[in-house]
Write a protein that binds this ligand. Structure first.
Ligand code: NAG
Ligand code: NAG
Ligand code: NAG
Ligand code: NAG
Ligand code: NAG
Ligand code: NAG
Ligand code: NAG
Length: 573
């Protein structure tokens, strides 16, 4: 600093004038021992006769400190404030202990040589670094938008006086008198002359200042920058935004549980809320949710939530509960007559537009079935599916179309017969009747019902299995509002029944035999006739081998006689 100043001086002003201002300055730390060098560049040590240190007392006066002659000990002559504080080093430097601010003056080293006398003045500067920077009087929290004293930064006992700057996240804060107000004050200790700088920061926080780090700094102080430990503050603010959320899978469907959530910002965050459930007010503390179980279409409506301590902070939402009800007519299984009309109606009660699709026997139909005139081919399973978003409902009916119109009348038993079950263990009795309306069928025997056919075209077939222990006469009775019919059948125990069957089999074998004989005789007659015809034809034509012909005819006659005998034997058997 002084060097560059000297150069500028050398260029601009005379060398002599420069020399006066060109004083070397040495800096030292407060309270320590200072070595003030004697800048002797002119004499060889062996030429020096005497070295003397003195200081500038001000007002043109100087005070002696010590004198050293060659080959003698230094003689200290210091008085007042320098008494007991000075000595001389081997290299002629003046050693001054416990440096203080009043030592900031010019010390001069005078060298007397055989040939000349020279003086080397040196300025002494004493620096005092603060012990440390601390932020005190810290605010507990900062309220958004409110100018609040954040803290005071103190740089205690310094020299020179410190200039404190405040930093937020390591960026200097510029006082603007509104959001940032910095008041710095300076105290100088009259005894030591040391300065104490206090800086107070008033700050109006923003939401983003949550977790911001505030520090204070001495800036580039004589011995380097000193920065205080960082301070972070809680930034408080009241609720600015409030929203009502529905924590359910959209859409809310009948039967769901619906949870309302009130979401509000603010620091500290609000802990209690008012829920307005379609006009009904519910206060919730230490929670921000309210659940409505098993919602119905009546739950649809406007819902609100607000802060208990600030009802003007309110959010609302219109909630619609989805529902889908269908009613299909006809339903179940229905029997209709061919040519009839069948009205199919599908009533849909839903919260929104729905889509309908139809199938017949699992095959897709283009449109809703309509039956102005039923045909037998209309019979089948009809199913409709109604969908609305994720909701889906199904309904079906089975249609049986009777081919013929059954005539109303008393029932008649058309057939009553028996069978053996496939495994041969039981008897099956089958009673077939006609009549309309559907006749009731009853039996005179305890049996188990095997099947009852659908009542179609006025016909019904009833099957039971029985296992009688003796020959039993069983009756089947059919009746409806027009009358009654009854028929009987004799049922033998299974063993008897089988015996009879075997006899039947034998009888049928004999029948087959008789039929075989008759057929055989007929065939023989035809053959004889044919042979005779051929013979007659040949004899009429004349022959050159009469003997052979006669032989042949006699042979054929023989064969025929044999055949007739065979057949008559068979017939006897
Ligand atoms: C002179 O000696 C003192 C004490 O021994 C020492 O602190 C100082 O640095 C020396 N000065 C020079 C210029 O050598
Ligand atoms: C600055 O602080 C001093 C003392 O601490 C006080 O007297 C003065 O009013 C303050 N100035 C402002 C602008 O706050
Ligand atoms: C839900 O409510 C409906 C009537 O709204 C009721 O029929 C049903 O049983 C309820 N379900 C449950 C699980 O409580
Ligand atoms: C809810 O519906 C009502 C009436 O239709 C309407 O006045 C209100 O603004 C709606 N609220 C919201 C949040 O959409
Ligand atoms: C069937 O619908 C038609 C027209 O919608 C109506 O006139 C008729 O009465 C209905 N028939 C039955 C049996 O419901
Ligand atoms: C049918 O069985 C019941 C008891 O099993 C009996 O009381 C009844 O007399 C029996 N009827 C006939 C017709 O065998
Ligand atoms: C059952 O009836 C058959 C004829 O249908 C007869 O041959 C048989 O002897 C009878 N059995 C009894 C035990 O009456």
């Amino acid at each position: 600093m002084h060097l560059s100043a000297s150069c500028v001086c050398a260029l601009l002003i005379s060398a002599l004038f420069c020399q006066v201002t060109d004083l070397t300055t040495v800096s030292s730390l407060y309270g320590e021992t200072v070595a003030i060098p004697c800048k002797n560049d002119d004499f060889k040590p062996e030429d020096v006769v005497m070295t003397k240190w003195k200081y500038d007392k001000g007002e043109g006066l100087s005070g002696d400190l010590l004198v050293k002659k060659t080959n003698e000990d230094a003689k200290i002559s210091a008085t007042d404030e320098y008494e007991g504080r000075v000595s001389m080093a081997e290299n002629s430097s003046l050693l001054l202990s416990a440096a203080k601010l009043s030592d900031q003056r010019t010390f001069t080293c005078m060298i007397v040589a055989a040939s000349d006398i020279k003086e080397y003045p040196i300025n002494l500067e004493i620096l005092k670094v603060p012990a440390g920077l601390e932020i005190s009087d810290k605010a507990e929290e900062l309220e958004i938008g409110k100018l609040t004293k954040l803290g005071t930064c103190v740089a205690q006992d310094t020299n020179p006086a410190a200039n404190i700057t405040w930093l937020k996240n390591n960026k200097p804060l510029e006082a603007d008198g509104k959001r940032i107000v910095i008041n710095q004050s300076l105290d100088v200790d009259p005894a030591t002359g040391l300065s104490t700088t206090k800086s107070t920061l008033e700050y109006s926080a923003e939401k983003e200042d949550t977790d911001a780090q505030f520090t204070c700094s001495t800036g580039s102080f004589a011995t380097g920058e000193l920065v205080s430990p960082a301070v972070t503050l809680t930034v408080t603010y009241s609720t600015e935004n409030i929203a009502l959320q529905v924590n359910s899978q959209a859409p809310v469907v009948e039967g769901d549980n619906m949870t309302l959530k009130c979401v509000a910002d603010g620091n500290p965050a609000p802990t209690s809320f008012n829920f307005h459930l379609k006009g009904e007010l519910v206060k919730v503390e230490n929670a921000d949710i309210y659940t409505i179980v098993n919602v119905s279409r009546d739950t649809t409506g406007e819902y609100k939530c607000s802060l208990t301590d600030d009802p003007s902070m309110e959010a609302s939402k219109n909630i619609t509960v989805s529902y889908l009800d269908i009613n299909l007519s006809p339903s179940g299984s229905i029997v209709k007559r061919a040519g009839d009309l069948l009205n199919v109606t599908l009533q849909i009660d839903s919260s929104a537009k729905s889509k309908v699709s139809w199938t017949k026997d699992n095959a897709k139909l283009d449109k809703e079935p309509k039956f102005a005139k039923l045909a037998y081919s209309d019979s089948g399973f009809y199913e409709c599916e109604v969908t609305m978003g994720p909701l889906s409902r199904k309904a079906l009916f089975e249609l049986v179309v009777e081919e013929l119109r059954a005539v109303a009348g008393a029932p008649v038993i058309k057939k009553l017969h028996k069978q053996r079950t496939e495994d041969g263990k039981n008897q099956v009795l089958i009673c077939e009747a006609e009549g309309s309306p559907k006749p009731a069928v009853s039996w005179s025997i305890n049996g188990s019902l095997l099947t009852e056919s659908p009542f179609v075209n006025g016909r019904i077939t009833h099957k039971i299995t029985v296992a009688p222990s003796e020959n039993t006469t069983v009756s089947c009775t059919v009746s409806n509002e027009y009358g009654t019919d009854k028929d009987i059948i004799i049922v033998s125990p299974l063993i008897e029944d089988m015996k009879m069957d075997i006899q039947d089999d034998l009888e049928s074998d004999q029948t087959k035999l008789v039929v075989g004989v008759v057929v055989g005789l007929l065939v023989a007659a035809v053959v004889i006739g044919l042979a005779y015809w051929v013979y007659m034809k040949k004899s009429k034509q004349g022959s050159w081998k009469t003997g052979e012909k006669e032989d042949g005819s006699s042979e054929e006659e023989k064969k025929l006689e044999e055949k007739v005998e065979e057949n008559s034997q068979k017939a006897e058997v």
